[in-house]
Design a protein around this ligand. Structure first.
Ligand SMILES: C[S@@+](CC[C@H](N)C(=O)[O-])C[C@H]1O[C@@H](n2cnc3c(N)ncnc32)[C@H](O)[C@@H]1O
Length: 225
């Protein structure tokens, strides 16, 4: 299928994040490309678990059954938050961010960018009560084979990377030809250089200074990694 024949996903893309720290997203929402598409192509909503907990004193997590260190995010708290926001079970993709999830790749991001609505659930400490992942989520995603302290950096990674895929986020064409793109056959982009042409004896490849677009293209094709 040609790109032109691909159906356009419904817009704006609604991205909902459930978190303990909604304020932590302020910086990212002020940066491009997220800032470029917020309120038009991308509708970002940040929800605090604490605002929906049915428990006293804003409790959201609890000790693990079987003992051990840390606290676990409670299933009843997350269910209450989802019920309140969606007035029942959400009918769209709900993703738990967890190291046990499917590994995030450009392909997974492109798949996410095709959705009309996505909900991201973050956790902290020991993570989710497994019933959240099993019964309240459609799938789970890991941003890499390492452990972070909470799900907010992973949620921001997805927010930033999905925003790049939304029309209007970037200058025309700049997301089409970059690392992992179809145009580069999924490979890594060729090296870039800028002025000065020589610094400490380190020369920019002559062909890039030649003004010969054909040769530049050829050099770039050869240097895709
Ligand atoms: C300290 S981690 C929990 C680690 C968990 N006890 C384990 O050993 O796998 C707390 C939370 O951070 C988030 N998190 C940490 N690393 C992550 C990763 N690689 N990908 C996605 N989310 C991650 C998840 O929401 C996780 O529940």
């Amino acid at each position: 299928m040609s790109l032109a024949a691909l159906p356009t996903p419904p817009r704006p893309l609604q991205l909902d994040v459930f978190t303990f720290v909604p304020h932590a997203y302020a910086w990212l929402t002020e940066q491009r490309p997220v800032a470029n598409v917020l309120g038009s192509e991308l509708d970002l909503r940040l929800f605090s678990y604490r605002d929906y907990t049915p428990l006293r004193a804003g409790q959201v997590d609890d000790e693990p059954y079987g003992g051990g260190p840390g606290m676990v995010l409670r299933v009843d708290v997350v269910a209450a938050a989802l019920d309140a926001v969606y007035e029942g079970s959400p009918q769209h993709r709900v993703v738990a961010l967890t190291p046990q999830g499917r590994q995030l790749t450009q392909r997974v991001l492109e798949e996410l960018a095709e959705e009309a609505r996505i909900t991201l659930l973050t956790a902290r400490f020991e993570g989710f009560d497994e019933r959240i992942v099993e019964h309240l989520c459609t799938d789970s995603i890991s941003v890499g084979p390492y452990v972070l302290s909470n799900g907010d950096l992973p949620a921001m990674v997805i927010l930033d990377a999905v925003a790049r895929r939304v029309p209007g986020a970037l200058a025309e064409g700049s997301a089409e030809l970059e690392s992992f793109s179809e145009l580069l056959g999924g490979a890594l982009e060729y090296p870039h250089y800028t002025r000065p042409a020589e610094y400490r004896g380190w020369r920019v490849p002559e062909v890039l200074l030649s003004g010969d677009h054909g040769k530049v293209e050829e050099w770039r094709r050869e240097h895709v990694r």
